[in-house]
Design a protein around this ligand. Structure first.
Ligand code: ZN
Length: 409
């Protein structure tokens, strides 16, 4: 018997390094996770370098690679994924940036890079930004979570290799946007960005929402800081490349955006927040439901990465245990390959991503069970899958699902 569908459960930042506080174990090794261990006993394990050995992947390029898209070819920046993730209609050739609402003084010095993490009123502020006019180019603004937003430039003769205006530090002046490749197109884009920055300041400085914020002693969101230039090109989707009709269950906009980029349908789940407080079980149930009319579902859990970045190994153990509990009953899935892995390691001792490979297990019909006892970084390295790269995963799945075609005659 062989499987006809696949469920990829990606635990962000799951991999870790041995910790003295855990007796030389990793949080995954230390966690009580009967469901994950059972999948390993019934499956084939290995370790995976999301991009390449020793490369510390950002989440965007790592997800691209795992979905079978070479990040060196397809990754231009995070902006487009964030834009797709918040539901913007992005077109081929658009230049897309992320921006922050920020607080500047009259000399354009940054007082607060996040405008006091403004939560309310950003939709109205974004609407006001819609009054900015630059001849010959269409501007699209969209609010994101808290102080974040997206800006897209649409038009001809635009380049995307331009620098950020965010100085990344309070007390410094806003940086002028510059061309990074000295082409006429990028110089034009840089010039447009500088004009947008100036007009945004004029529009936002005296906006009623900011007047009200000042009256309450809150920092006004009187400027935008622009970063992460990227450009959009359409790519052949998972269906075309691997025969996979994909769906995505995730909280964070980045993950939804990468999923959309490769042609998946994003299933919106109430309570999927991309935080510690997310509805783990609700997401799992939505993923199971998604398998009814898709042959590939990608389920993303962000919490292990957050715990790693907080340097909190006990919390990381706790969220791994919550994920394990949330997927209870998973073995009842028939005719489905189950893949558990991560997009990178986020060791608690580092509080950031590392280049350590991540554990991976594939369980389900047709899989050569390798006799591994549990799911963790140590056992996985002895598994039958050996050491693969992120780009290898989709071809392996397409093969196990008998969707692959023969190479040569
Ligand atoms: Zn990640």
């Amino acid at each position: 018997m062989s499987a006809s569908k696949a469920l990829l459960i990606l635990c962000d930042g799951l991999g870790d390094r041995p910790l003295d506080a855990l007796g030389g174990r990793t949080p995954l090794k230390a966690a009580y996770k009967p469901n994950l261990d059972r999948l390993a006993r019934r499956g084939i394990s290995g370790i995976m370098d999301p991009i390449a050995p020793g490369i510390r992947p950002g989440s965007g390029p790592a997800h691209l690679a795992i979905f079978g898209y070479d990040p060196f070819r397809y990754y231009t920046g995070r902006g487009i994924f964030e834009a797709l993730g918040v539901g913007m209609e992005i077109q081929k050739g658009d230049i897309v940036f992320r921006f922050n609402f920020a607080t500047l003084d009259k000399e354009r010095r940054v007082i607060d890079r996040r405008a006091g993490r403004i939560r309310e009123g950003t939709r109205e502020l974004v609407k006001a930004l819609g009054n900015i006019r630059i001849p010959g180019v269409e501007l699209l603004f969209k609010e994101g979570i808290e102080h974040r937003g997206i800006l897209a430039l649409r038009g001809s003769r635009l380049g995307w290799k331009v620098s950020d205006t965010d100085p990344q530090k309070e007390g410094l002046k806003v940086l002028p946007c510059r061309s990074l490749d000295d082409t006429e197109e990028s110089r034009r884009t840089a010039d447009i960005i500088n004009k947008i920055m100036e007009q945004a300041f004029e529009i936002l400085e005296n906006h009623p929402i900011n007047e009200a914020r000042k009256a309450k002693g809150k920092p006004p969101a009187n400027a935008i800081l622009i970063r992460g230039s990227s450009h959009y090109e359409e790519v052949p989707g998972l269906k075309e490349r691997f025969g996979l009709e994909g769906a995505c269950v995730a909280g964070g906009t980045l993950y939804k955006g990468v999923a959309k980029f490769v042609g998946m349908e994003v299933l919106e789940v109430k309570g999927a927040t991309g935080t510690y407080g997310t509805d783990f079980r609700g997401k799992f149930e939505a993923a199971i439901k998604g398998l009814e009319d898709h042959n590939f579902v990608f389920l993303h859990f962000k919490a292990p990465d957050l715990a790693g970045e907080d340097g909190d190994s006990l919390r990381k153990i706790e969220v791994i245990e919550r994920i394990d509990k949330a997927i209870s009953g998973i073995e009842e899935l028939r005719d489905t390959l189950i893949i558990i892995t991560a997009d990178h390691s986020t060791p608690c001792a580092l509080r950031t991503h590392s280049g350590d490979p991540v554990p991976i297990v594939i369980s389900g019909p047709g899989v050569r069970v390798d006799g591994n006892e549990g799911f963790d970084e140590f056992s996985a390295s002895k598994g039958g899958l050996g050491r693969i790269r992120g780009l290898d995963l989709m071809p392996i799945l397409a093969d196990l699902l008998n969707l692959a075609s023969k190479f040569g005659a």
